[in-house]
Design a protein around this ligand. Structure first.
Ligand code: MG
Length: 257
């Protein structure tokens, strides 16, 4: 069931998502060649705790980290690891969130470690732009399919593909609520967007084919063909007259809590 948030609940969502955005931005700034993904996760975890939040990914469905950290051909759900070292030229997707006063934030961004090749840069730029085109469709009166259609059309026109097996979602007191928000779809189809809905829009894109595989650890999702993958996510609130990007802070160089 889709939960419609009242004004007070939207305030709670804003606080949780502001901290989530600050934690993501902080994480991106900490990336350095030679560090392990475990070290990066620890920094993000400590940041969330220090600012009065709870890392809401930790323990959810048994996930061990405060952030999913996914390198190169890993699409999502990379487990922070002592043995995985970030190297120059890697792309690093960080997906993290904070729980504050019972409400959940959620956001993601793919960062670069040093200089990356042109095709990797283009994948990141296209995926981020697709996220914003999706957000532009996330307005009261539109339908969920309008979002996915905008994301899919743009990514495919650029020669990339969008993942089918994982999708965005409603957010609220639960990190994952209804409705599902696919990154593909047909305009005018799916649930109607109404004021008070809060949803996470999160294009997951692949350099080549969108088929994925989950590793034996039960979490790590990689592209099947070994191509690169990117993941950008904002949590937004549908309001009567506009759409509020509650996690906009990670994109804002001047943003602080
Ligand atoms: Mg999400």
């Amino acid at each position: 069931m889709i939960q419609i948030k009242n004004a007070k609940e939207l305030e709670g969502m804003r606080r949780a998502n502001a901290l989530s955005a600050a934690a993501l931005k902080f994480g991106g700034e900490q990336i350095e060649a030679g560090m392990t993904t475990w070290e990066l996760d620890k920094l993000i975890c400590d940041f969330i705790l220090k600012h009065g939040g709870k890392p809401n990914f930790k323990g959810l469905y048994g996930f061990p980290g405060a952030a999913c950290i996914s390198l190169n051909d890993t699409v999502i759900h990379g487990i922070p690891s002592h043995s995985e070292v970030i190297r120059p030229g890697d792309i690093i997707s960080i997906d993290t969130g904070a729980k504050v006063d019972g409400f959940n934030g959620d956001n993601a961004c793919t960062y670069a470690c040093g200089k990356i090749d042109l095709e990797a840069r283009r994948l990141l730029d296209v995926t981020k732009e697709a996220l914003h085109l999706g957000i532009a469709q996330a307005v009261a009166g539109n339908r969920i399919g309008d979002i996915g259609h905008a994301v899919q059309t743009y990514c495919e026109a650029a020669g990339f593909s969008v993942v089918r097996d994982f999708v965005g979602h409603g957010t609220g007191k639960e990190l994952h609520e209804d409705p599902e928000v696919p990154n593909y779809g047909t305009p005018g189809r799916g649930p109607r967007l109404v004021p008070g809905m809060t949803i996470a829009i999160e294009p997951m894109t692949c350099q080549y084919d969108y088929k994925i595989k989950t590793l034996a650890d039960g979490w790590t999702v990689k592209t099947r063909d070994g191509g690169l993958a990117a993941h950008f996510e904002h949590s937004v609130a549908i309001l009567k007259d506009r759409t509020e990007v509650m996690t906009r802070g990670w994109e804002d160089p001047d943003f602080t809590l």
